[in-house]
Every structure is written in C-alpha cells, then in structure tokens.
Ligand binder design. Sequence first.
Ligand code: PEP
Ligand code: MN
Length: 365
Amino acid sequence: VGSKGIESARPRGARALIILLTPGAGSAQRAAVARALRELGVEAEEVRLGARHALVVERPEAAPPAESLARIDGVERVIPLAPRAPLAAGTLRTGGGVAIAGAVFGGGHVGVIAGPCTIEDAASLRDIAARVAAAGAVCLRGGVFKVRTSPHSYQGGGLAALRELAGVAREVGLPFLTELTDPRQVEDVAGLVDGIQIGARHMQNFPLLVEAGRTGKPILLKRHMAADVDEWLLAAEYVLATGNQRVILCERGLKSGERHVRYLLDVGVVPYLKRRVGLPVIVDPSHAAGDWRLVPPLARAAVAAGADGLIVEVHPRPEATRSDALQALPPDAFLRLMDDVRALAAMDGRSVQPARAGERSAVGI
Ligand code: PEP
Ligand code: MN
C-alpha cells in the first residue's frame, strides 16, 4: 500500500491539531490567537474543553509545524492527533510477512539469517553458507563494507569482494543480504543482493534510506544503539515513503553502562512493536551479546518474545576471522540453536521455514 491508500483510508479529522490555550484565556486573547493563525493561513475552529478553550485545526497540512504554533502567545500546548510515523502505523492494517527472495519473515514464519560478520573469501563463504543452510537458515548474511569504530580496523573487501561473493550465494542457493553504507553505491550493488541491510550506525543516514528504499529490495533496518522506538519507526518511514513496503525491523541491542554484554538487548520492544506496526521484527543476538556463549539464550528469548526471525553471526574458524570473532557462533552451536528455535516457534503455532528443496540439494543435504 502506498501512502495514497493510507491517506484515503484515514477518517476526517484524523490529522487534526488541537491547540490548547492557556488557562483563563479570555475572549480577547482567544481572538488574538485565532488572528495569528489566520495570518499564517491556518483555519481553526474554537471548542470548549470543560473550563478550557482550544482551537482545532482540521487540515494542518499547510500549517507551520506544531512547535512553531506553540510559540504563539496564549497557546499552552499543541497536540497533533496524527501518528508521527503514519506509514509505519498504517502497516498494522496491511502488514503480513516480508520475503527476501523466498525467505519469509513474519506472517507466522520465523526466518533465520546466518553467516559471517565479514566475508573473507569465496571458499570460506561457501563453507559457511553450506553449513548454515544445512542447519535451517533461510538467508545468508555477510558484510563487505564494514562499519568499524576505528579507521585502523579491517574495513571489509568492498565492491570487488561483493561481486565475487554474490555469485557464491547464488551457487549455494540461499538469498543474500549485505549491509550498504553509502547512498552512492546503492544503485551499483542492488543488483547483486537479495536484501539490503541498513546497519545500526546508519539508521539515520536519510539519503541512504531513500536510495535503498527506491531499489524496491527488502530492507533490513537495524535500530541504532541509542535510538528510541519513534526514531527507529521514523527511519522506517523514510523507506516506506519511497513506496517500498518491504521493511524488516531488527533490534540489535542498546548502549548502556553495562560491561557484561556488548549491548543491552531490548526484548520487550518485540511484543511492543507488534501492537504498533505490521512490519516483521527480527532480533540480532550476536551484536547484542558480543560473546558467542550468550548468543543462544538471547536468541531463544527473542523467539519466545515473538520475533519473526533472527540474524546470527556464524563462523567455523572464529580465531581466523577479522571482525567480531568473539561473538561468532560455531556451526555446531548454531545447529543446536536451530532446534530450539523450531521448538519455540511451534509453541505459538509458528513455523521455521526450511530451505527450499532446490536449495537443500544445492548444499548437499
Ligand atoms: C553487522 O551486522 O555486522 C553489524 C555491523 O551490525 P550493527 O549495525 O547492528 O552494529
Ligand atoms: Mn558483526
């Protein structure tokens, strides 16, 4: 559904602004506020709210923003009735699952994305892809544009690596998701991937959100480690506003003063978001934990809380990897985790989508 459909479904007055006047505002003051509004081209109707007075703006589209109107003398507060992220809110009616080339997240399906943090070479990617597919992952992850805190750390193989590695993903038969960081690269690389990951640090890279959205590819939108839910949903709104409805939200942990985990996983946001939006919500236990031994329990908590999927970092030789080695789950632990995920999903009648028949034979199982 584009923004048009949502607009026309909205009942009259749903976008209204309530301009609450200061207590005891007399008729002269009320008239002065109404005059100030008229000078701004804003039509308003006066209403009584018990002992208080307010002005209702039914069509605030052309009006200055609420915080500007709040500067008019005699105005106590401006209360917008429209949700701040109307397109995201609208998905509550229209939403179902979102698929990344056949890997389904939501609508009763729990999808698991797995793979290395960073892709090192074709051989190791082929090995990891075969192992995670055999365990039941439905989508392959792996970064080539790594977002590293220090410019001195390994930055990833870049576009050249992506060209080579997208081919490996196709060979193995799993849909392929990778993080893009630069709006200038989106057009060039969109054709090589099945889904685009927007990393936590780029959640508010608005030009990137727009360019990624315009590709029409599924967008995995991670929550920034310091973002509140509204900021996250407004970031999703940038993608939805391009007409691309294929947004998957991903909680990956918040910055806190704690040191026992890398980030504090907000498990509660999963059931909370289910009440606000119809977009699938998945969880990344790897970046939250920062330690592979904590990954399976966090992953289980996420699925138990209703997450529509997981994105997990898996590596058969963590000691050899150049990024996020400590949190990389060995393949045998991933295999066991997938059993738990299937059991937990079954508890509330959901299924963990198996790899499709063609994909299974492609990985030799
Ligand atoms: C990643 O998935 O490799 C990554 C960098 O994650 P995040 O953006 O959540 O830090
Ligand atoms: Mn990582």
